[in-house]
Ligand binder design. Structure first.
Ligand SMILES: C[S@@+](CC[C@H](N)C(=O)[O-])C[C@H]1O[C@@H](n2cnc3c(N)ncnc32)[C@H](O)[C@@H]1O
Length: 280
């Protein structure tokens, strides 16, 4: 068997499995990131929270209209569409799953945003762009899937112009030996089944260190976990019964999204949702 050095086979398998496709489509209309909540927001108003998280990204990118930006791991392109529509950014999205790219193109056309948005099927560890192509690069909950984050960060550094900005919305976790054994084992299983080898290794401080080692100046790391917890909690409420059912028959690995919702909520003290801002 050919070794899966880029984690491509596992990532594609995870996103193409019926549970993932149905879950993201049913609950988030295909978008695949958490929302940002303010005090008194309803936890069930997911579209509002999703769009606000995308606006927070736009604010952290702080680019003028017309700036050229890379969306690494763009999914179905909803994040890029928001940033193009609201901030006037010109965005190139890249994703490993061909079906995501096709859907991103369809949505851009439907929204009349195709002059600002371009999507390509590919791996962000080996980008098909010349050096210094972009004013900014961002990731929205995808670097956790990388087989080797060092390679990806070097690639982001290469395609950014000098002074260009890198913003990453990613997860970081507690060191396994400081977690209760069953919680650490649950993280290991989930990161394996959801194809997230880099989340398994992103213990607190790791992404900052790797970003600096790739040549960036790290400007700021923000822990915004509490602003996304209402969405995680609402998913955990919905997933509780389906997860209990699959667990009773030992089939958790076929319901990874339900398991993630319940277990990542239960063990929320052991991981954070962070925004990393850096400059080349
Ligand atoms: C959690 S989803 C986030 C999608 C999108 N950023 C959003 O917020 O809706 C992670 C995405 O990263 C993509 N991905 C994972 N590894 C990748 C890689 N090496 N190169 C390009 N895309 C990748 C997946 O296919 C998936 O669409």
């Amino acid at each position: 068997m050919v070794p899966d050095v880029n984690n491509e086979r596992d990532v594609v398998r995870y996103y193409r499995q019926p549970g993932s496709r149905l879950g993201y489509r049913l609950f988030l209309h295909g978008t695949k990131h958490f929302g940002f909540y303010r005090e008194h927001d309803s936890p069930w108003n997911w579209p509002k929270a999703l769009r606000r998280m995308e606006d927070v990204l736009g604010e952290r990118l702080a680019q003028p209209p017309g700036a050229r930006v890379l969306d690494a791991g763009c999914g179905v392109g909803d994040v890029a569409a928001r940033l193009a529509g609201r901030f006037g950014l010109r965005i190139d999205g890249v994703d490993l799953v061909a079906a995501h790219v096709a859907e991103a193109r369809r949505r851009a056309r439907r929204r009349g945003l195709d002059p600002l948005l371009t999507f390509a099927h590919g791996d962000y560890a080996v980008l098909d762009f010349p050096d210094e192509s972009f004013d900014a690069v961002y990731t929205m909950e995808t670097l956790v899937h990388a087989a080797e984050a060092e390679t990806v960060l070097r690639e982001f550094h290469r395609v950014l112009k000098p002074g260009g900005r890198l913003v990453m919305f990613e997860y970081a976790r507690e060191v396994p030996t400081r977690m209760p054994g069953p919680a650490a084992e649950t993280f290991r299983q989930l990161n394996d089944w959801a194809a997230m080898p880099s989340f398994q290794r992103f213990v607190h401080g790791t992404l900052e260190r790797l970003t600096a080692e790739a040549g960036f100046s790290v400007r700021r790391v923000e822990d915004i976990s509490r602003s996304m917890w209402p969405m995680l909690r609402s998913f955990a409420v919905i997933a509780r019964l389906p997860y209990a059912a699959v667990r009773a028959v030992g089939l958790e690995r076929y319901a990874v999204n339900s398991m993630s919702a319940v277990e990542f909520w239960r063990h929320r003290a052991f991981w954070r949702y962070e925004i990393h801002s850096a400059e080349k």
